[in-house]
Design a binder for this molecule. Structure first.
Ligand SMILES: C[S@@+](CC[C@H](N)C(=O)[O-])C[C@H]1O[C@@H](n2cnc3c(N)ncnc32)[C@H](O)[C@@H]1O
Length: 502
């Protein structure tokens, strides 16, 4: 049963723990540069402030704090269970630069508590905007107006229209069935999903005509009940058009800049030539974005805003992009040069391929990679392919060792993994060089913790035994293979980033 204070959002079951690299300062800065807006990334030891609204269990905020010990991180959520989880992880890792605040965003901006929240260089909200009431959204805008410093960047993700229009009926059906079925929100979501699946089986028009509804009903079978209840059982869930979100945030003097997903800023990768011709008839960025949204299956938008956009020309943008350092996050053998994009399979040119191969050798500036070719290249294209295809990340610090705080948090994360079957959430490992986290499934968190405690990978048999506790004997060989593959392919990446010692 939900709580009296929940104001329509699910509060009787905690949300899943997750780390999302789109919330990192480097990705916000990259989005600014893609939008021809100046972006100040703090120098390695500069103090900076990072604010997360609707932080859930706070994994992203914890990773940010541990990766940047000189920063001040504030994480806000109204659910005391979430705050208790985040605060207890911060205590276990002895992080002294993160503060978890239990507060309702509907009223926080006008409360005395707001005075204690510093103005932020970076603000992020993931999975919040589309799930809360108009009153909470208005409170968020008030808080953004008060707490984003001039030049500060804001990341906001939300369910987008028109991509979601085909599944509006499905969500409503799940919600209305759920609230009538009683019990906790996870039970309610399952009751709603069961009815939706039954109706789909008898060819309900709106559950079969829409590919989104059809696909969602199939994929939800394997999803965690915590995720499903927060996704479908909010009374106020409302996907939004980009232009409406832009108008709402303008009240906080925030200018929309671009998408945090780099490849989405390249129409050549997203749209067909005919679609681009139509979009190019217009200069208005909002209309161009609407045309993109009409052509792309973009259900979840990740937008970046800035308070006071300082527009820059292409030359200054390219110089800033060329100065960024990228590090590989896949092993050289895994490099993909054929990349699936909405416009089809993009095969990169030979010139770009050479640069991508070079990028796999270790940290390099975009400028150094570009210098490998005598032809004039486009740094935005190179970095958007490397980062957008999840094969590289931007390193905000090109050298330096992991701070103790990062090691402590990574050990805490790994010590919570007791079986490979835990592998449900998308976790992270804090990295000083990345200034954020590396996306890391529980297996990698487990391995990092063991290596940080002084074990070596030749102890793999003991790791396999520990991770197989809940696994049926016939599957033990699979666990063995997964662990050995991770040692071969992932461990060199962890070592290169100094997340674990050599
Ligand atoms: C879908 S979850 C996302 C959590 C986290 N950002 C993540 O991605 O893992 C939405 C979060 O917003 C919080 N929330 C909902 N309404 C709120 C409100 N009025 N004030 C503060 N937090 C709220 C919920 O408790 C929940 O943790």
């Amino acid at each position: 049963m939900n709580q009296p204070w929940n104001s329509g959002y699910v509060a009787d079951i905690a949300y899943i723990e997750g780390f999302y690299v789109q919330q990192s300062p480097a990705r916000m800065a990259l989005a600014c540069l893609f939008g021809n807006v100046a972006a100040d990334l703090p120098e390695p030891d500069d103090p900076a402030t990072y604010l997360e609204l609707g932080c859930g269990c706070g994994i992203g905020a914890l990773v940010t704090a541990a990766a940047n010990p000189g920063w001040q991180v504030t994480a806000i959520d109204y659910n005391p269970a979430h705050i208790a989880i985040g605060a207890s992880l911060a205590r276990a890792a002895r992080l002294d630069n993160i503060r978890f605040i239990e507060g309702d965003l509907a009223s926080l901006a006008t409360s005395a508590q707001a005075d204690t929240i510093p103005q932020a260089d970076f603000v992020t909200m993931h999975g919040l905007w589309s799930w809360v009431s108009n009153e909470v959204r208005a409170g968020i805008v008030r808080l953004l107006a008060a707490k984003t410093r001039p030049g500060g960047m804001v990341h906001l993700s939300y369910n987008a229209l028109p991509a979601w229009q085909g599944a509006l009926g499905m969500q409503r059906l799940i919600y209305e069935t759920g609230i009538r079925s009683g019990g906790r929100s996870d039970t309610q979501a399952q009751a709603g999903l069961a009815l939706a699946r039954d109706l789909k089986a008898v060819e309900s028009k709106y559950l079969t005509e829409s590919s989104l509804s059809r696909d969602l009903l199939d994929t939800t079978v394997a999803m965690s009940t915590e995720y499903l209840s927060h996704e479908y059982m909010s009374a106020h869930w409302a996907p939004a058009f980009h232009a409406d979100v832009v108008a709402a945030l303008a009240e906080a003097k925030l200018d929309w800049v671009s998408s945090v997903n780099p490849m989405e800023n390249f129409p050549e990768l997203m749209l067909t030539a005919e679609q681009r011709d139509i979009m190019n008839r217009y200069k208005d960025p909002l209309l161009r974005e609407l045309i993109k949204d009409m052509c792309l299956p973009r259900q979840l938008r990740h937008d970046v805003f800035v308070r006071g956009a300082r527009r820059i020309h292409n030359e200054a943008r390219d110089a800033a992009l060329s100065g960024l350092t990228v590090v590989p996050i896949v092993s050289p053998g895994e490099l993909q040069t054929k990349i699936r994009v909405p416009a089809g399979m993009a095969e990169v040119s030979d010139k770009l391929k050479d640069m991508m191969v070079a990028a796999m050798r270790g940290p390099a500036t975009v400028g150094d990679l570009m210098a490998l070719s005598s032809e004039r290249g486009n740094p935005a294209e190179l970095i958007s392919i490397l980062v957008g295809s999840h094969q590289c990340q931007v390193a905000t610090r090109s050298n330096g060792e992991q701070p103790d705080a990062a090691n402590r948090l990574n050990r805490v994360f790994g010590s919570r993994v007791h079986s490979i079957v835990d592998a449900k959430t998308s976790g992270g490992l804090a990295s000083w060089r990345l200034g954020t986290g590396l996306t890391a499934p529980p297996l990698l968190q487990f391995m990092a913790a063991r290596l940080l405690s002084g074990e070596r990978e030749d102890n793999a048999d003991a790791w396999i035994k520990a991770l197989s506790a809940d696994v049926i004997p016939e599957k033990h060989d699979t666990v063995r293979n997964v662990v050995h593959t991770a040692i071969e392919q992932r461990l060199p990446i962890l070592r290169q980033l100094r997340i674990v010692p050599d």
